[in-house]
Design a protein around this ligand. Structure first.
Ligand code: 13P
Length: 336
């Protein structure tokens, strides 16, 4: 178990974050299509190879989360993705949930599925070289939501998953995402996020999940994207740290999702949090806020391979500056 705590600490080591490149086949295909790239298995593979072979990626990335398809694919030299990452000193993670489905009894809300057969799958993924895992629960702020049953059911599923991961020797990333979608205020997002995190922490404790061998991946506390409210980074940082109040000091780290915020905004908010008192590393586990510029720059053209890598390296460097206390908005003006 000590080993597991060491693995967790390495993922969120000072000056490092996590790259979430684990979009499901459906989501990845839609993003490729939107970028004008044919949504084939080979293009999904090539895109992920472009990301993970970015020169010096390990300088700012402790782990890359993959989906099952990528975990079993190979980079051009013949190594599997987990092998290619390990060669670079980067941990390979695996998204193990099966996505969201309607939650009976809670109209309009969802439960994340994938617990059936999870134990054997985790053993298989560990055998393929995964060292950590991810499970995403989704809560939506709206009239009457999230409901108590949606919060409780998703918190329990996260705890069952996390406990199974630790038994299988994988570090669980526990991701309860309160969506940015909606017209809610910053204050309401803070209340809901606080409540959701409290429920998740209670279940983790009841299931005996070791906090020092787990990483929490929450949303930042922001106003809803259709609220018309604007929050400055210091307001987002204050509200987010307040919502994290229930976390145990022993937690290995907090690695935020970007949730659809523009990349520059996610980075500025992350930078502002570092100045406030906190007991755990506060870092990034961004998907879109790291890879969107890289996908646009590459757009499936082999001649633009290194443009894509430069775009990723730039966002990684800016987020490393954010977690290291070296970020200034003017850095966004520097060329890639
Ligand atoms: P975003 O940063 O794009 O929200 O993705 C993070 C993630 O892993 C979602 O599950």
């Amino acid at each position: 178990m000590t080993n597991l705590a060491e693995h967790a600490a390495a993922l969120v080591a000072p000056g490092k974050g996590i790259l979430a490149a684990d979009e499901s086949i459906g989501t990845m295909s839609a993003r490729l299509t939107a970028a004008g790239v044919e949504a084939s298995e080979e293009n999904r593979r090539a895109y992920r190879e472009m990301l993970v072979t970015t020169p010096d990626l390990a300088a700012g990335i402790g782990g890359v989360i993959l989906c099952e398809e990528t975990l079993k694919q190979r980079v051009s030299g013949g190594a599997t993705f987990p092998e290619a990452l390990a060669e670079r000193g980067i941990g390979a993670g695996i998204k193990v949930d099966a996505g969201t489905r309607p939650l009976a009894g809670a109209p309009g809300e969802t439960i994340t599925e994938g617990l059936d057969g999870l134990g054997p799958r985790l053993a298989e993924y560990a055998g393929l070289g995964a060292t950590f895992a991810k499970w995403r629960a989704v809560l939506r702020i709206g009239p009457g939501t999230p409901s108590p049953i949606a919060v409780r059911a998703n918190a329990q599923a996260l705890a069952r998953y996390a406990s199974a991961c630790q038994e299988a020797g994988l570090v669980p990333i526990v991701e309860p995402e309160v969506l940015i979608d909606g017209e809610h205020s910053l204050a309401l997002c803070q209340s809901v996020t606080t409540l959701v995190l409290l429920a998740v922490m209670t279940e983790l404790e009841e299931y005996g999940v070791r906090a020092d061998a787990a990483v929490l991946k929450p949303n930042m506390v922001t106003p809803g994207k259709d609220s018309g409210e604007r929050a400055e980074p210091d307001q987002v940082a204050g509200a987010t740290l307040a919502a994290l109040g229930a976390l145990p000091d022993a937690l290995a780290g907090v690695a935020f999702l970007s949730g659809g915020q523009p990349p520059e905004q996610a980075t500025a908010n992350l930078a502002a949090m570092q100045a406030l008192p906190h007991a755990w590393p506060l870092t990034f586990s961004f998907g879109r806020a790291l890879v969107d510029p890289a996908l646009r720059a590459w757009h499936g053209d082999p001649a633009c391979w290194s443009d894509g890598q430069r775009a990723l390296a730039r966002r990684v460097a800016l987020n490393v500056a954010a977690v290291s206390g070296d970020y200034q908005p003017e850095l966004e003006l520097s060329p890639a």
